[in-house]
Ligand binder design. Structure first.
Ligand SMILES: *[C@@H]1O[C@H](CO)[C@@H](O)[C@H](O)[C@H]1NC(C)=O
Ligand SMILES: *[C@@H]1O[C@H](CO)[C@@H](O)[C@H](O)[C@H]1NC(C)=O
Ligand SMILES: *[C@@H]1O[C@H](CO)[C@@H](O)[C@H](O)[C@H]1NC(C)=O
Ligand SMILES: *[C@@H]1O[C@H](CO)[C@@H](O)[C@H](O)[C@H]1NC(C)=O
Ligand SMILES: *[C@@H]1O[C@H](CO)[C@@H](O)[C@H](O)[C@H]1NC(C)=O
Length: 432
């Protein structure tokens, strides 16, 4: 063989191998990225792409050791997917789900059955979900019409989850639920639903340890962020919340349940036109505790109840319903309730060591502070430092009410006085 023809053969082989690498028979593409369209997803917003997504997931999750650890939802397309589960465990210790395009739920209601979830991620360690795309739950077809509505995205048992740079729209119920997981980082999300849409929490946390949520905008018809039982070491910072119901701990202790939340830091947040600002809400018949909680550097813009603790909550309406995510606690190794069997009809959930510092801004109601603590249990070790809230309406009075709250205050405008270790609130006129 002449030297030149040998060169030609080698060149052909080289080109051929490149082509094979670019598009493998069963849909793998170069650089370890698997695109859902190569598994038959169409992306016209109408055709059911569920099976294509599941097949692509299976290839990435089970074939991850071949280096195909990234699943791509390409931009410029809208994929309609029905309720589905992306299940682990996967071969690789890290899987990326890159959502650059749009995902939409079917725009009709379905029977939610055992798992009221649209997109479910289960038992996947090292999962990264990001990409700048949009996730649209088509909520309006459910709101105020169907009582049992699904959560749009649920991550259960996903340790090391990283969720960022996505737009979440119009979930039928919670937009994002996190349960039974450790070491989660969430950032740069935009979550949006109509302020009258029912139970459309932005992010709901239960039975998680070590969660950092930051730099996100959340406006919905319910809590921007809700921290439920079994949660600890939760940091929330740099959130624009509102409209919505604010940032909540609880409800804790529904139906006499044992509930715990501790080590929570909420920092650098702005709450605008929210029904509540920062709230702790526990049921009178529950047991357990909410403790070591700090709210620092929070700006209220016309929030209706800027600071509120309600230790005697007894709403028996839809709020009394134990969320599906929380009801999973019996099977969660991270849940304290897993070890301590819940005793029904406790005497209340203990609230202690709560610090409010640098809380400022305006209230849209006549209330600035409401600490409604149980007569027997009380709230202990409450600290108010640099709390300055005025009425959103010029010249209007604000009220603070404190029942059975014990602690100290420092440089807190007008309402709070101290009598021994009890905080005594006095209604006082503040004009501005
Ligand atoms: C949130 O909104 C603000 C102002 O409206 C904007 O500057 C910021 O980029 C938004 N953040 C995200 C994560 O989209
Ligand atoms: C929360 O913030 C504290 C104080 O800055 C830090 O020590 C801790 O590691 C953070 N936790 C998480 C889960 O990010
Ligand atoms: C909070 O804001 C201050 C400045 O306003 C900044 O120095 C600090 O890093 C921020 N902290 C977080 C956790 O966002
Ligand atoms: C709390 O427990 C008491 C005693 O069992 C019961 O009478 C009451 O109805 C319960 N309240 C709620 C709100 O569940
Ligand atoms: C109380 O406020 C003063 C004045 O702003 C500040 O110097 C001090 O550190 C605060 N004390 C506590 C215990 O936070």
């Amino acid at each position: 063989m002449k030297k030149s023809s040998l060169f030609f053969v080698l060149l052909c082989l080289f080109q051929l191998s490149k082509a094979v690498a670019r598009k493998h028979k069963n849909g793998f593409e170069s650089h370890g990225i698997t695109t859902v369209t190569s598994f038959g997803a169409v992306g016209d917003g109408k055709i059911d792409d569920t099976q294509a997504f599941l097949n692509a997931w299976e290839a990435v999750c089970k074939g991850g050791s071949k280096g195909n650890t990234k699943l791509l939802v390409p931009s410029g397309k809208t994929f309609m997917i029905k309720p589905l589960t992306f299940a682990g465990p996967c071969k690789s210790s890290s899987i990326s789900f890159l959502i650059r395009g749009n995902l939409v739920a079917p725009c009709y209601t379905w029977d939610v059955g055992r798992y009221p979830i649209w997109i479910r991620f289960d038992s996947i360690n090292g999962l990264v979900v990001t990409g700048g795309g949009t996730i649209d739950g088509c909520g309006p077809v459910w709101w105020n019409i169907v009582p049992d509505r699904p959560t749009a995205m649920h991550f259960n048992n996903c340790n090391g989850l990283r969720l960022s740079k996505l737009r979440h729209l119009n979930s039928p119920r919670n937009h994002i639920s996190l349960s039974c997981s450790e070491d989660i980082k969430v950032s740069d999300l935009n979550i949006n639903a109509h302020f009258k849409s029912p139970n459309t929490d932005g992010i709901d946390i239960s039975n998680c340890r070590g969660v950092d949520i930051r730099h996100s905008n959340i406006s919905t018809g319910d809590d921007c962020i809700a921290i439920n039982s079994g949660s600890s070491y939760i940091n929330i910072s740099d959130i624009f919340c509102g409209p919505g119901h604010g940032i909540s701990i609880g409800s804790l202790g529904e139906n006499g349940r044992f509930a715990t939340v501790e080590e929570v830091i909420v920092k650098n947040c702005t709450l605008t036109n929210t029904d509540n600002g920062v709230r702790i809400k526990t049921y009178e018949n529950g047991s357990g505790y909410a403790r070591k909680i700090s709210f620092d550097n929070i700006n209220m813009v016309a929030s209706k109840n800027p600071i509120i603790i309600d230790q005697n909550y007894h709403d028996t309406g839809t709020d009394g319903y134990v969320g599906f995510e929380e009801s999973l606690d019996k099977s969660c190794h991270l849940s304290p309730a897993y070890q301590i069997q819940s005793s029904s009809n406790g005497r209340g959930v203990k609230v202690s060591n709560v610090r409010y510092s640098r809380i400022r801004g305006s209230s849209a109601s006549d209330k600035a502070i409401t600490l409604n603590c149980d007569a027997e249990l009380g709230c202990a070790d409450i600290m108010m430092d640099h709390v300055k809230i005025v009425s959103a309406t010029s010249g209007r009075n604000l009220i603070a009410s404190c029942n059975n709250a014990h602690g100290v205050f420092n440089d807190t405008l007008f309402f709070v006085k101290q009598k021994k270790d009890s905080l005594v609130c006095i209604p006082l006129v503040i004009r501005h």
